[in-house]
Design a binder for this molecule. Structure first.
Ligand code: MN
Length: 407
């Protein structure tokens, strides 16, 4: 079987750069489309890095699944090496010619491979996208998925996790088969029927790829568009792969020549999730740390109105005369980031009239302790010091006296 290949990648009419990449290498029988994502040129780097690693792996004799795993490793390695690129990722749909006339299609993401045969277009790959999962789960109809606002959110990509699940589909090629590998910039703009119509009307592989890109642009060109058309042709000589196609660049990334017309759409949700999740985790840890700090300390303060001890959590509040109570709080005076102090204990057994100016000064704004034991010891001292200086006071107690009943 001889393969004739045509390919085109285009920035589209909305995006300001082309993050798609396409690879055609006839020598090793490898054909691939990658659709990158990630800010700061990350998408372009991700797709190009993945395609180069894929090429190297297939060249060294690796099978398609292992080659795509290598591509995943390469993207992760690259994104770890440059913080500007962190969070970048890419789809990968790649065909390799295996023994005989078998095309093995390896696939991760929402780029697609189709087989046009006998006037019908069959989708070879299954999208790893949010809407496809909803369709499979019966929550969306295929028609709803086509126009769903989150249809470009993908659930599997290269460069995200060390372990990547690669789907592999074998296709037994027959004479006259036409395989299309394309990015979602084509399939979200052009209906499958129209794709088939173009593939049927245009016999030349290169011109078919051009027409598909034209159609996506005519429909709005909202994303980068890549079409790779592979024709299987039986010829007498048989065996081997040859490509009489005009020179092809191995990774064809279009220049950023189109002016931005509006804000980028598409994989925004996945991208946001990749950036926001770590930030949220850090914030949650910081919040918990503040809470731990705010709640591990104690302070003692003179209070006007003693409320019931928190250990007797009745709704009733017992109030003493102003300034007659010393209260032990758990927390930080005034609270910290929403972590408010709570009353641990009210002490009405401390004669606040007898507190020295130094003690009052200490208690002003809350005297802080790092443990409840220290605070209790301090309170016990206060009970004793205020009682002993008051010679007319007859009772001395070192235990907590329950607050007086409500008036
Ligand atoms: Mn895309």
């Amino acid at each position: 079987m001889r393969l004739v290949v045509g390919q085109k990648t285009d920035v589209g009419r909305v995006r300001d750069g082309n993050e798609d990449g396409v690879l055609v290498n006839d020598d090793i029988g490898l054909f691939a489309v990658a659709d990158g994502m990630g800010g700061h040129r990350g998408g372009e780097v991700a797709s190009a890095t993945a395609l180069e690693a894929l090429r190297a792996a297939v060249s060294s004799g690796k099978a398609i699944r292992d080659a795509i795993t290598d591509a995943n490793d390469a993207v992760i390695e690259r994104s770890l090496a440059d913080t500007n690129l962190s969070g970048m990722g890419t789809t990968m749909t790649a065909g390799t010619v295996a023994a005989g006339d078998t095309l093995l299609v390896g696939h991760v993401g929402d780029s697609r491979a189709y087989l046009a045969r006998d006037g019908e277009l069959r989708q070879i790959t299954e999208d790893h996208s949010l809407v496809e999962e909803l369709v499979r789960g019966g929550e969306l109809t295929p028609e709803q998925a086509e126009v769903h606002p989150r249809r470009s959110v993908i659930t599997r990509a290269l460069g995200i996790e060390a372990d990547v699940d690669v789907d592999v589909y074998p296709v037994e090629l027959q004479d006259g088969d036409r395989v299309l590998i394309c990015s979602d910039g084509l399939t979200t703009m052009v209906r499958a029927d129209d794709i088939l119509g173009i593939l049927e009307r245009e016999p030349d592989a290169q011109r078919a790829a051009d027409r598909l890109v034209d159609a996506a642009n005519a429909a709005g060109g909202e994303d980068n568009i890549t079409a790779l058309v592979i024709d299987a042709v039986r010829d007498g000589a048989g065996g081997g792969v040859s490509a009489p196609v005009a020179p092809t660049r191995e990774t064809d990334v279009a220049p950023a020549d189109a002016p931005p017309r509006r804000r980028k759409r598409g994989r925004v949700l996945l991208r946001i999730a990749l950036w926001v999740l770590p930030v949220l985790v850090v914030l949650a840890i910081a919040f918990a740390a503040v809470g731990w700090y705010a709640r591990r300390t104690y302070f003692v303060e003179i209070t006007d109105n003693c409320r019931t001890n928190v250990t007797t959590t009745t709704a009733a509040t017992a109030e003493g005369p102003p300034g007659t109570c010393v209260t032990l709080f758990k927390g930080v005076p005034g609270g910290l980031l929403g972590w408010d102090p709570t009353v641990e204990e009210n002490r009405v057994d401390i004669n606040t009239e007898e507190l020295t100016p130094a003690e009052i000064n200490d208690l002003e704004g809350g005297k802080r302790f790092s443990s409840e034991e220290d605070a209790e010891a301090y309170l016990t001292n206060l009970v004793e010091s205020t009682a002993t200086t008051t010679t007319t006071t007859t009772t001395t107690t070192t235990t907590t006296v329950p607050p007086p009943p409500a008036a």
